[in-house]
Design a protein around this ligand. Structure first.
Ligand SMILES: Nc1ncnc2c1ncn2[C@@H]1O[C@H](COP(=O)(O)OP(=O)(O)O)[C@@H](O)[C@H]1O
Ligand SMILES: N[C@@H](CCOP(=O)(O)O)C(=O)O
Length: 338
């Protein structure tokens, strides 16, 4: 589940009244997601013909992993991408024109944003055609953000992986799996020595997992959860999306048909250069370490009574072992056309 902060009915009505979106008729906490609190909001608003019409939105309350100072970047990016034809939800600005508001809670002031509701569902067993569409949508946002004026450093890049994994400690990692300390040490050394700096970069999503893509059939209707978006290597975003989409969720089984379709879908919109293709296996190892790091940290630090189930770090250790095998590294980029 992901509703970390309770909001009473009157409190919720007061929040919605700050936006020109009609009167609140229902607010339901959304179980999916792990980072922020989300509610499905329904309102009724007078239409131009005087008839009441129903409207839907997502209300997000930003919790500890999102810095309030980063919100203008994330929320302006949503508006920019939507204006450039990408399947992304717009931010509803409040009656004073602000994209987010602060709300007093027992745990201190937290930021809130009201986001356009998009139709669609997140797939759990993607087909190759769905993976192709997702690859294309990822490339579309890379291109659509080209003239977005703001930038944001990736706060979950290599130094953050090193810090999170150091905070876990060797003992902590070995309590998750006896081999994990050794694997992490090997990978961090390799990534620090070989991470590429000179590949094409721009705004990336950085967390395009199936639960962050809404689909109807084979069509992508919405890319959501841009709250890790940042300026980094485009090919790293391809690697993150590859790691997220092309394996069984426990990471034990790689699906070559999904891999080929995802990469072909991406390259049909934004071809990967030879240098980007060559870097993909290493970037995919980095992507696997990035999710291993946050998951291992949460695994060891989430209180037992917390209302959220930590995700399994080993699912990304298994992906890491796949990408680290030179035989797999050679074959998984097959199907990419320059
Ligand atoms: N714009 C949207 N339109 C429709 N549903 C949405 C939208 N944004 C979020 N959701 C729903 O809310 C859930 C959680 O949102 P998400 O942004 O992924 O939260 P978190 O940041 O906690 O991961 C999603 O799985 C989806 O069901
Ligand atoms: N995609 C990450 C978790 C990030 O959580 P989200 O709920 O904000 O998408 C993972 O799978 O580890």
């Amino acid at each position: 589940m992901a509703v970390y902060t309770r909001l009473g009915a009157e409190e919720m009505a007061g929040i919605i009244a700050a936006f020109d979106v009609g009167t609140l008729t229902s607010a339901k906490g959304i179980a999916e997601g792990v980072s922020n609190s989300n509610w499905l909001i329904e309102t009724e608003q007078d239409g131009p013909d005087g008839q009441k019409r129903p409207r839907r939105f997502i209300l997000t309350m930003f919790e500890s992993r999102t810095e309030i100072a980063d919100l203008p970047f994330f929320l302006d990016l949503l508006d920019h991408l939507a204006e450039h034809g990408a399947p992304v939800a717009r931010t509803m600005h409040d009656c004073e024109g602000a994209s987010h508001r602060l709300h007093r809670t027992p745990d201190g002031d937290k930021a809130l944003a009201l986001i356009e509701f998009l139709p669609g569902v997140s797939v759990s067993e993607p087909t190759p055609e769905q993976a192709r569409a997702v690859g294309g949508a990822l490339a579309q946002i890379h291109l659509a953000a080209a003239n977005f004026p703001a930038s944001r450093a990736n706060s979950l890049a290599l130094p953050a992986w090193q810090q999170l994994l150091a905070d876990c400690g060797r003992e902590g990692l070995e309590s998750i799996h006896p081999e994990l300390g050794r694997i992490v040490e090997r990978e961090l050394a390799l990534l620090a020595a070989r991470w590429p700096a000179d590949l094409p970069r721009g705004v990336i999503h950085a967390d395009l997992f199936p639960d962050n893509v809404l689909m109807l059939g084979d069509k992508v209707t919405g890319l959501i959860d841009f709250y890790f978006a940042c300026t980094d290597l485009f090919a790293y975003d391809v690697a993150v999306t590859h790691a997220a989409w092309c394996f069984s969720s426990d990471g034990a089984r790689f699906d070559p048909a999904l891999s080929t379709a995802l990469l072909e879908g991406y390259c049909a919109v934004r071809p990967l250069s030879k240098a980007e293709q060559a870097a993909l296996p290493l970037l995919a190892r980095g992507a696997a370490v990035r999710f291993l790091a946050t998951r291992a940290y949460d695994w060891l630090n989430t209180p037992a009574d917390a209302l959220v189930t930590p995700k399994d770090p080993m699912a990304f250790a298994r992906r890491l072992e796949f990408y680290a095998n030179p035989e797999n590294a050679r074959t998984f980029v097959d199907g990419v056309s320059a």
